[in-house]
Design a protein around this ligand. Structure first.
Ligand SMILES: [Zn+2]
Length: 251
């Protein structure tokens, strides 16, 4: 693993335009449960009943009482971990340009990253269903469920529900970022869900290196990734940053 850490630090140092693609794996260390898979939220909640746009439109109070309240509590309590912080440090060093994330927890922004494309929106903000005004979670008064905007409209998470389209600007910007980068860091995602799955492909097709950080092999590993650093996002990012700092000191 040490050799791969050194290799990643060297590749990062040489790269001029780095983009990261992240998924549920990077937030597990922050206590955010994944939606899919074992232990995921969809094992406890039927997404069609609580996370489909039709369910939200039909009965916002029901969706709020179960899914949104739980997600809001999880997101409000979660702190960014070393994986998020490491990517924010790379941005602060002008090494990382953009993060494309499938997560809805807002933890990249909480860690200090400023250019984050959120495919599925965020549960860290709520949006008025009538006037579109956005509220940070802490501004939302939960004494009445569903909570309401100043205009009287019902608030909903600023997230993409099942049955809703991924915002066009997120699609367009992420495709552009993936095609323009010369190194893509894939952290905590097997990138099997579209459209995230296409991003490493766009990067690869444009001649970029794809460096994968995941706890185990994924479908990307053999086909797309230049190499896989197997481990937890936080630990691997810490070691890469350390190596990168040693490198910079030597120059
Ligand atoms: Zn409103």
């Amino acid at each position: 693993m040490n050799e791969l850490i050194k290799r990643a630090a060297k590749d990062l140092a040489a790269a001029g335009n780095v983009v990261a693609l992240t998924g549920a794996g990077i937030s597990i260390e922050s206590g955010i449960p994944p939606f899919r898979g074992k232990g995921g939220l969809w094992e406890r909640f039927d997404p069609m009943e609580y996370a489909h746009i039709d369910a939200l439109m039909r009965d916002p109070a029901k969706v709020w009482k179960v899914l949104v309240k739980e997600m809001k509590e999880i997101v409000d309590q979660a702190e960014p971990n070393d994986g998020h912080k490491g990517l924010a440090k790379l941005e602060a060093r002008d090494k990382l340009k953009t993060i494309i994330t499938q997560n809805v927890d807002g933890l990249h922004q909480a860690a200090g990253s400023t250019d984050v494309i959120e495919y599925h929106g965020t549960f860290a903000w709520q949006r008025c269903m009538d006037c579109g005004k956005k509220y940070e979670n802490r501004e939302v008064d939960l004494s009445e469920i569903p909570p309401r905007c100043n205009c009287g409209g019902i608030l909903r998470p600023d997230a993409v529900f099942f049955g809703e389209m991924i915002p066009q600007d997120a699609m367009w910007r992420s495709r552009q970022a993936a095609s323009d980068c010369d190194l893509m860091l894939v952290v905590g995602t097997s990138a099997v869900v579209q459209p995230a799955a296409l991003m490493p492909v766009y990067a690869k097709e444009s001649g970029a290196k794809v460096v994968e950080i995941n706890p185990e092999k994924t479908p990307l590993t053999r086909e797309i990734s230049d190499y896989l650093i197997m481990g937890a996002g936080g630990d691997v990012m810490n070691r890469i940053i350390l190596e990168l700092e040693l490198k910079t000191d030597n120059i």
